[in-house]
Write a protein that binds this ligand. Structure first.
Ligand code: CP
Length: 334
């Protein structure tokens, strides 16, 4: 479906394609491989939901490839007048975009956009569905930290903790990391880490204290207060199901945590909990962080933390993904 250069999700991606993208990103990050210049190309970054690191790193990545970048944001575009997602991306395509990077609050928006246009669409996060470039960053960061140069994560166990049900990052990370052989355990209260997550190929636990000393990495997730209770409702592009990837079955209840204090006590990566992690175990967080809620500031900034490395690797990963998109030909298949 759509252009073969699109990247809509990691779930279902072949191991070969996954390792290929990670390898390309590592070459770029380490300076061991040249990225082909894309000087005649135009990349449209359509961000219909707030973002700092994804939006900026896509723009930096496209710029490093020599491509021109045009940014569309909901705050100053015709989206505010009610223009549909399909009409928005078709308009950008008609204006000459060679690839479209899309962030939108509707789960499956990237699939809907990919069906509407003939150029590659890169999913920069769509509702609760997936955030595949963040998933690639998290896989690359974990492989680098564990010295897995072959991108083989067998024997590595990672806990993904907190508001899993709201998290497109978690879905992409679970897909990517399990495909590379890692063991993944999702940890949280039943309202945030329901047993049904096991269908994604991970374990599910309610007991962070039992898990924290038994894993090689802990990736904390932001508690997404804005997604609790009202589904994907964020204006014209906020309706789940536009792309047939409706996540309503996973929608958390209106009050998934009793209180901030209760959540932190059970599921926060406090300094005391982090001290019980294995020697060499690492801390990750895709950001943005709620310091003092899901993670203590001293842990986020501590010796185990890879948070800033995750952000830094975002440019190389997005250069690899944009490069793949711009080099692929419609109908060529990948
Ligand atoms: N990790 C992530 O998607 O962050 P932003 O929302 O700042 O892009």
């Amino acid at each position: 479906m759509g252009h073969p250069g699109s990247l809509l999700q990691l779930r279902g991606m072949s191991e070969e394609a996954l390792r290929g993208l990670l390898g390309r990103a590592r070459e770029i990050a380490t300076g061991t491989g040249q990225a082909a210049k894309q000087e005649e190309k135009l990349v449209a970054c359509v961000f219909l939901e707030d973002s700092t690191r994804t939006r900026v790193s896509f723009a930096v990545a496209a710029g490093r490839l020599g491509a021109r970048v045009v940014e569309v944001q909901s705050s100053n575009s015709s989206v505010r007048k009610g223009e549909s997602l399909a009409d928005t991306v078709r308009t950008v395509e008609s204006l000459g975009a060679d690839a479209i990077v899309l962030r939108a609050s509707g789960s499956g928006s990237s699939h809907a956009a990919a069906r509407a246009v003939g150029v590659p669409v890169i999913n920069a996060g769509d509702g609760r569905h997936e955030h595949p470039t963040q998933g690639l960053i998290d896989c690359l960061t974990l492989c680098e930290a564990k010295g897995r140069e072959d991108f083989d994560l067998r024997g590595v166990r990672i806990a993904i903790v907190g508001d899993v049900v709201s998290s497109r990052v978690a879905r992409s990370a679970i897909a990517g990391m399990t495909a590379l052989g890692a063991g993944v355990v999702c940890v949280g209260p039943a309202t945030m880490a329901p047993d049904g997550l096991a269908a994604l190929g991970c374990e599910v636990s309610r007991d962070f204290d039992a898990v924290v000393g038994d894993v090689d990495a802990v990736m904390m997730l932001r508690v997404q207060f804005e997604r609790h209770g009202n589904g994907d409702g964020h204006g014209a592009h906020g309706k789940a199901g536009e792309g047939g990837q409706d996540a309503r079955a996973d929608r958390p209840p209106a009050a998934p945590i009793g209180s901030v204090r209760e959540f932190r006590a059970g599921y926060g990566l406090t300094a005391e909990r982090a001290a019980r992690m294995r020697e060499g175990a690492v801390v990750m967080h895709p950001g943005p962080m709620n310091r003092g809620l899901e993670i203590d500031g001293e842990v986020a900034d501590g010796a185990r933390s890879l948070v800033r490395r995750q952000v830094a690797l975002g440019v190389a990963v997005r250069m690899a993904v944009i490069g793949r998109a711009l080099q692929s030909k419609a109908g060529a298949g990948t």
